[in-house]
Design a protein around this ligand. Structure first.
Ligand code: PMP
Length: 349
């Protein structure tokens, strides 16, 4: 008998794979990365960690969790770290999903929510966005059923950039049954300027079913290191830690994470975030002045509504690699260095 995959795996394999590009355009603004190399304190920490790479990392990740907890003013018991927030998204689905269980997520949004629910065997409902590219929370509440155990929120939403403020989130959480885990994916939270970055952390004191996910990949500029974290009620954080797959966060990445949360690491990240936020404002202003449609963004990327293929062709002419989202009706471009953003404007104006 031939080897058979699960049906859900066959379905995932039906989706066309991303084509490998032999010569991508040189200005890479397709993956919402930071444009700078890792900062000196992070490089130094990783370099030191290389010499202890023959040892397993600390099973409890105590130093990493303490560094995060100190920066966010939470208890280390509330923190779980893993090799990217993508892994934590899957870990959360594993905690509560099995066949017969249902999950809800925004769409268009980060594709991993669908994958996490599928792989965990859950049924699911994607919920469309509001006009401004933020989530439609009223519609998401309406999609919750008696068998719903998990809701993913993406805020700011990727790929559209729209944000729901903390009051909107609080009102939503008050309507969600406490038996449903709410995963608030804040991969881009540090780029938010509409309200204080840490405003959502207070929600953890009010809602035991809330999990906040953040990552080192975006604002800390460490996408290749693979590190992310969850902050939640201690019970959920412990379950995530104890069901994580092996020692997924490697020792060098753990050292990078600890350095990123040192005062020096945070200072460099803050400076760089400020550059991106200023450049975001410059781009939006220039595009709006010229009458080019762009969604409001609280993130480190912009979503241009329009024909995705035509937008990609214009970007490519200027040497810019953006990311098409034909199903969302547009293209997404990351905010980069000033000269890179000038190329974006040359493509669009
Ligand atoms: N959430 C969102 C919304 C993202 O856009 C991404 C990365 N593109 C992730 C989570 C995963 O990030 P990582 O696994 O690198 O932490």
């Amino acid at each position: 008998m031939p080897l058979e995959f699960r049906d859900v795996i066959d379905e995932m394999l039906q989706v066309p794979n991303r084509p490998a590009r032999s010569t991508p355009p040189p200005i890479r603004l397709s993956q919402n990365e930071m444009p700078w190399e890792p900062s000196a304190p992070v490089v130094a920490a990783m370099t030191t960690a290389i010499s202890t790479a023959h040892r397993y990392p600390d099973y409890h990740r105590a130093a990493a969790r303490e560094a995060i907890a100190a920066a966010l003013q939470v208890d280390p018991e509330q923190v779980a770290v893993d090799n990217g927030s993508g892994s934590l998204l899957h870990g959360l689905a594993r905690l509560v999903c099995e066949p017969g269980v249902h999950g809800v997520f925004p769409s268009p949004s980060f594709e991993a929510y669908r994958a996490a629910l599928s792989l965990a065997g859950a049924d699911m409902t994607p919920v469309g966005l509001a006009e401004d590219g933020a989530m439609d929370l009223a519609a998401m509440v309406a999609a919750i059923r008696p068998d719903t155990r998990i809701v993913y929120l993406c805020n700011p939403n990727n790929p559209t950039g729209g944000l729901i403020g903390v009051d909107g989130l609080r009102a939503f959480l008050a309507e969600v049954p406490s038996s449903v885990i709410v995963v608030l994916d804040e991969a881009y939270r540090e780029f938010v300027t509409d309200e204080p970055v840490d405003a959502t952390m207070a929600l953890l004191d009010e809602f035991d079913n809330l999990v906040i996910l953040r990552t080192l990949s975006k604002s800390h500029g460490l996408a290749g290191v693979r590190a992310g974290y969850a902050v939640a009620a201690a019970r959920i954080a412990e379950a995530l830690r104890r069901t994580s797959v092996g020692f997924a966060l490697n020792g060098i990445a753990e050292a990078a994470l600890i350095a990123a949360f040192s005062p020096e690491g945070i200072a460099v990240a803050d400076e760089r975030i400020a550059v991106i936020v200023a450049e975001r404002a410059r781009l939006v202003q220039a595009l709006s002045d010229a009458g080019v449609a762009v969604l409001p963004s609280q993130s480190n990327f912009l979503f241009l509504p329009g024909d995705a293929a035509a937008l990609m062709a214009r970007f490519e002419e200027q040497g810019v690699l953006a990311r098409p989202f034909p199903n969302a009706g547009g293209a997404r471009v990351t905010v980069g260095l000033p000269a890179e953003n000038d190329a974006v404007l040359a493509a669009l104006l």
